[in-house]
Design a protein around this ligand. Structure first.
Ligand code: GLN
Length: 527
C-alpha cells in the first residue's frame, strides 16, 4: 500500500486540493489506480450546512455525501466517482468514537485522542484503500499545519508512515511564497517555518509545492530547498496558472511523475497526459466569447458554484467558445429590470435555497422565454421555470413554491408526501444519485441521446404532478421523470429553441474532458 499525504500552510485556499488532484491526474496518467480522500478538522458534521461564503460549494457524491469543494477537484482531475468514505470531518470521527464508547467497545479503558481517534483515522485510510483496491492513496489533510483541530490527523499520518515505511508513505507540503511589493521580493521564511512546524509533529516533507502569483526564479527554489532540507529537484513551483487544468502539465514539465515514482519505489512508466493537452489546446482555440447571465441570490460567488462554473466553461472549450459568466444578483433585476440581461447570450439560474431574489429570477426566466434566449435551469432554476410558466402562461398569478410561501394556495412546487416531516436542516434532502427516465422525442432525449440516465440531487422541493397536465397543454413539457413517473426530473418548453431545466445537479457529473450534455447543448444553442 502506498500513501501520499498532502498538507498545507500559511493559509487555506492556496490550491492544496488542486495540487493533490493534479498529482492524482499524473499518477493516473501512468496507469495507476489512485483515489483521493480528505480529512477536515472542523466540527460540522459535513459541509452540507456550511455557508458557501465561507466554504464554497457543497459537492455531492453519487452516494449522497455532502462534501467539500475539493472532492469536486478530485473527481474532475481523476475522472472518477468518489463516495462517503472519501471525506471525513472531526465530528464524524468523534461521533463514531462516542458510539463505540457507548457500546462498551473500549472495555472500560480511557478513551483518548491518541490512540483511539488516531487509530480510527488510520482505520478509515486503510479501509478506503482496501475498498477501492488503490495502488496509491492520496490523502489531503484540510486546514493548515499547526491548526489545533487537525493535530491528531498529522499524528495519524505520521504513524502510518511509521507503520508502512518511508518508502511507501510520502508527504507533499503546499505553501505560499508571499510577494512583498515594496522590496519586490518573494519571501521564503513562512515556508521554512512551516516545514519546521511539520517536523515538530515528526513529519519531514518529501516534496514541496510553493505557490506564488508569478513564475518563481530558480534561485528561490534552490534557497527554499536548502533551508527546508528538501532535495532541490523535489521543490516544485506552482505559479498561478491561466487554467487549473494546466497544473498537471506544469508539474510534468518538471518530471513530477518520475520523481514521485522514485520516491515511492515504483517502476518508471510513461505518463500520458494527452487528454489534458487536448483540453489546453481547446482552451487556446476558444476565442469567441459567450456571455451567460448567472442569475442568483448573490453575485460574485465563484466558489459557491465552482462545479457549475467549471461545467459551463469546459463545455464552452469543447466547442471552442470562451464562456464569460456574468454573476447577476437577482434582487438587482427586481430593482433595475431587464437592462441587466440585454447583452447576454444565455441565462442560467443555478441552484440555491431561501426566498431572496426569487422574483428577480422569475423575471429573468420570463425574459428568456419571451425573447427565445437559451435558458438552463439548475435545481432551483427548474422550479423557477415552472413557477414563471404557471404565472404568466397559465395565468395562475399566485403560483409559488412552498419554500418561499408556505401557506400559498397554488404552490406548484412543494414537499412531497413521502418527504413530509423532515424539515431538520442537515442531511434531510433528496441527496445523491437517482435514476431518471427521459421521454422520447424531447430536447432532453436529443441531448442525452438515451432514455435512461441518472443524476445527482440536493434539494427538498418537487414539482407537484397535479399541475402537469394543465401545464403540458400549454407547451410546458416534463421531459424526464423518476422511474415511477412521479417526480419531474427535467422540464423544457415545446415552443422555445432551448429552455430546459433539471431538478438535479448535472455539474457534479460533468468532467472537463467530458462535459455534460446539457451544458454542451446550452453552449450550442447560444451560437
Ligand atoms: N431550494 C430548492 C429545494 O430545496 C432548490 C435546491 C437547490 O437548488 N439545490 O428544493
Amino acid at each position: 500500500m502506498k500513501v501520499i499525504f498532502v498538507t498545507g500552510w500559511v493559509l487555506s485556499g492556496i490550491g492544496k486540493g488542486i495540487v493533490a488532484a493534479s498529482v492524482g491526474a499524473i499518477l493516473k496518467g501512468m496507469g495507476h489506480r489512485v483515489f483521493c480522500q480528505k480529512f477536515d478538522g472542523y466540527l460540522n458534521v459535513d459541509p452540507g450546512t456550511m455557508s458557501p461564503f465561507q466554504h464554497g460549494e457543497v459537492f455531492v457524491t453519487e452516494d449522497g455525501a455532502e462534501t467539500d469543494l475539493d472532492l469536486g477537484h478530485y473527481e474532475r482531475f481523476l475522472d472518477t466517482n468518489l463516495n462517503k468514505l472519501s471525506s471525513f470531518t472531526s465530528w464524524k470521527l468523534y461521533e463514531e468514537i462516542l458510539e463505540r464508547e457507548r457500546k462498551g467497545i473500549y472495555l472500560g479503558g480511557t478513551v483518548q485522542i491518541v490512540p483511539h481517534l488516531t487509530d480510527l483515522v488510520k482505520e478509515k485510510i486503510y479501509l478506503w484503500a482496501e475498498t477501492w483496491k488503490n495502488d496509491i492513496s492520496i490523502v489531503e489533510i484540510g486546514g493548515t499545519v499547526g491548526d489545533m483541530e487537525n493535530e491528531y490527523l498529522l499524528e495519524s499520518a505520521r504513524q502510518i508512515q511509521q507503520d508502512l515505511g518511508r518508502e511507501n508513505v510520502i508527504f507533499l507540503h503546499v505553501t505560499l511564497l508571499p510577494f512583498l511589493g515594496a522590496s519586490k521580493e518573494l519571501k521564503t521564511k513562512p515556508t521554512q517555518h512551516s516545514v519546521r512546524t511539520l517536523m515538530g509533529y515528526g513529519i519531514s516533507p518529501d516534496f514541496l509545492f510553493i505557490r506564488a502569483d508569478d513564475p518563481i526564479p530558480f534561485d528561490i527554489l534552490e534557497k527554499t530547498a536548502r533551508a527546508c532540507g528538501i532535495l532541490p529537484h523535489r521543490v516544485f513551483p506552482v505559479p498561478t496558472a491561466d487554467s487549473i487544468y494546466r497544473v498537471p502539465l506544469q508539474f510534468e514539465n518538471f518530471e513530477l511523475s518520475h520523481k514521485i515514482i522514485e520516491a515511492l519505489g515504483l517502476e518508471k512508466r510513461h505518463c500520458d497526459l494527452s487528454k489534458w493537452e487536448k483540453l489546453m489546446e481547446n482552451i487556446q482555440n476558444s476565442k469567441e466569447e459567450l456571455h451567460i447571465a448567472m442569475v442568483g441570490k448573490y453575485n460574485d460567488l465563484e466558489d459557491a458554484y465552482f462545479s457549475l462554473n467549471e461545467g459551463l466553461r469546459t463545455a464552452g472549450y469543447a466547442k471552442w467558445k470562451k464562456v464569460k459568466l456574468d454573476f447577476i444578483n437577482a434582487t438587482d433585476i427586481e430593482e433595475q429590470g431587464m437592462e441587466l440581461l440585454t447583452h447576454v447570450d444565455g441565462i442560467c439560474i443555478p441552484g440555491w435555497f431561501g426566498d431572496r431574489g426569487i422574483e428577480g429570477m422569475i423575471l429573468a426566466a420570463k425574459y428568456a422565454r419571451e425573447n427565445a434566449i437559451p435558458y438552463l435551469g439548475i435545481c432551483l432554476g427548474s422550479q423557477i421555470m415552472a413557477i414563471e410558466f404557471a404565472r404568466n402562461v397559465l395565468g395562475i398569478t399566485d403560483a409559488n413554491s412552498e419554500e418561499f410561501y408556505p401557506n400559498g394556495t397554488h404552490n406548484i412546487i412543494r414537499i412531497m408526501e413521502t418527504q413530509k416531516g423532515i424539515m431538520k436542516k442537515g442531511g434531510t434532502m433528496r441527496l445523491g444519485t437517482y435514476d431518471c427516465i427521459i421521454q422520447k422525442g424531447t430536447l432532453a432525449e436529443q441531448l442525452y441521446r438515451t432514455i435512461k440516465t441518472s443524476e445527482r440531487h440536493r434539494h427538498r422541493f418537487e414539482f407537484d404532478p397535479a399541475y402537469r397536465e394543465l401545464m403540458e397543454k400549454k407547451g410546458f413539457v416534463v421531459s424526464a421523470t423518476s422511474p415511477d413517473g412521479q417526480l419531474a426530473e427535467i422540464v423544457e418548453l415545446r415552443d422555445h429553441p432551448f429552455m430546459i431545466a433539471t431538478q438535479a445537479h448535472p455539474e457534479f457529473k460533468s468532467r472537463p474532458t467530458a462535459p455534460h450534455p446539457l451544458f454542451l447543448g446550452f453552449i450550442e444553442a447560444m451560437k
